[in-house]
Design a protein around this ligand. Structure first.
Ligand code: SF4
Ligand code: SF4
Length: 142
């Protein structure tokens, strides 16, 4: 089993990924529009009900994070498609990666209840739903 080493302890020729559990290969995150209404928060709550979904906020921007291992991640945490890996992986560097950064986000929501509680804290009182309210499924903004 690999031992966690500090960045500054790397020897010549070593790379940080040798000592990592492949953290950056186990999720993806996409920016979403900042929620401002009950409907926005209700949509986010719906995303999170599907499981393995978190929301985080960094520098004021909101992101949806889907926790899912890349299909090419090997049992030893190396990349099984290194030569043909997507450009996102090629451009990613260890410089500011999450190796030693345990998801210290400005805000982090891990359950539908947490986002709903936050909505109650920041929004005006929720209007009562009537039987005539239309029901629509959310669409991610482009
Ligand atoms: S880039 Fe960082 S987070 Fe990703 S595998 Fe390497 S050390 Fe781990
Ligand atoms: S293709 Fe390789 S580097 Fe990219 S996410 Fe998958 S395992 Fe990680």
């Amino acid at each position: 089993m690999r031992t966690q080493v500090k960045r500054e302890e790397l020897k010549d020729g070593e790379v940080l990924c040798q000592y990592c559990t492949g953290k950056c290969c186990r999720y993806f995150a996409l920016p979403i529009e900042t929620p401002t209404t009950w409907e926005d928060y209700d949509h986010i709550r719906w995303y999170m009900m599907h499981g393995s979904v978190s929301m985080f906020v960094d520098e004021g921007s909101w992101y949806i994070m889907v926790h899912a291992d890349c299909e090419h991640l090997l049992p030893n945490n190396f990349c099984g498609a290194y030569e043909t890996r997507p450009s996102i992986c090629r451009k990613y560097t260890t410089d500011d990666c999450e190796y030693d950064n345990d998801a210290a986000h400005e805000k982090l929501f891990e359950t539908p209840d947490q986002i709903w509680e936050y909505a109650h804290a920041v929004l005006p009182v929720r209007p009562r739903r009537t039987v005539d309210d239309p029901v629509s499924l959310p669409v991610i903004a482009g």
